[in-house]
Design a protein around this ligand. Structure first.
Ligand code: SF4
Length: 262
């Protein structure tokens, strides 16, 4: 058993542990100055103690995030006070605010530009599930549909205390990882998230096959009519043909947009 050093009286006797290996011989004068730990512990401790968040806010939740970084809550105690303006230097993306369809491609592109190890915290009801705007025409119901999220912080908006709790949960996750199994040292596991495309609606390129399968289904109008099927069954069978009137309207809109660009 190691003994307390007069130089470090604050180290209590019960905090000192017996050495696990008889093969480690520690001279008496160094008994209270030698720490034996695992590589994982040091690796994770250094990562969690200097986790730099990305300077990135989308809506009202961002104000709470800014308040968290201000003097009252003092993020500096976690080594997180410097919000980096570049994804290349950041470890943590805090998605704070309403995620619109227009913004999703930019968010995914920024996420892809962050170097591993990287973590994502979804802050607030909007980022976690669409919030009060869920099912809105321009809002996605959660950023986790597009990028992997490590920690969710609920609330509308969450308080700075809630965000700090979420940050501590990220730290806990970091502490549980092992250098032997983390994906960023394994060639086969590097993850690139395809950037979603924004057209008339946003879609994830990973779901192209599914979208094709659904939209390319032949409308069963003719066959249902021939067999005397009811209207509900016909409607459920597939998308309706675009009417000639609607086609003309689309053409007109395209012409106007082209004229505007020219
Ligand atoms: S969760 Fe509430 S506070 Fe946060 S961005 Fe959405 S509406 Fe604003």
């Amino acid at each position: 058993m190691a003994t307390a050093s007069p130089n470090f009286p604050e180290i209590k006797q019960e905090q000192l542990q017996p050495y696990l290996h008889d093969s480690i011989v520690v001279p008496d004068e160094l008994q209270a100055n030698v720490l034996v730990t695992t590589l994982d512990k040091v690796y994770n401790w250094s990562r969690k103690s200097s986790m730099w968040p990305l300077l990135f806010g989308l809506a009202c939740c961002a104000i709470e995030m800014i308040a968290t970084a201000a003097s009252r809550y003092d993020l500096a105690r976690f080594g997180m006070e410097v919000m980096r303006p570049s994804p290349r230097q950041s470890d943590l993306m805090i998605v704070s605010g309403t995620v619109t369809k227009k913004m999703v491609p930019a968010i995914v592109r920024i996420y892809n530009q962050m170097a591993e190890p990287r973590y994502v915290l979804a802050m607030g009801a909007c980022a976690t599930g669409g919030g009060p705007f869920k099912e809105g025409y321009n809002v996605v119901s959660g950023i986790d549909k597009y990028i992997p999220v490590d920690v969710y912080v609920p609330g509308c908006p969450p308080t700075p205390e809630a965000l700090i709790y979420g940050l501590l949960k990220v730290h806990e996750k970091v502490e549980r990882q092992s250098i032997l199994t983390v994906p960023w040292y394994r060639k086969d596991q590097s993850e690139f998230v395809p950037v979603p495309r924004l057209g008339p609606d946003i879609f994830d390129p990973r779901q192209v096959e599914l979208i094709k399968e659904t939209t390319m289904k032949k409308p069963a109008v003719a066959s249902a009519a021939a067999s005397g099927g009811d209207a509900a069954a016909t409607h459920a069978a597939g998308p309706k043909e675009v009417s000639s009137k609607a086609k003309a309207r689309m053409e007109e809109a395209k012409r106007r947009a082209a004229a505007k660009r020219a």
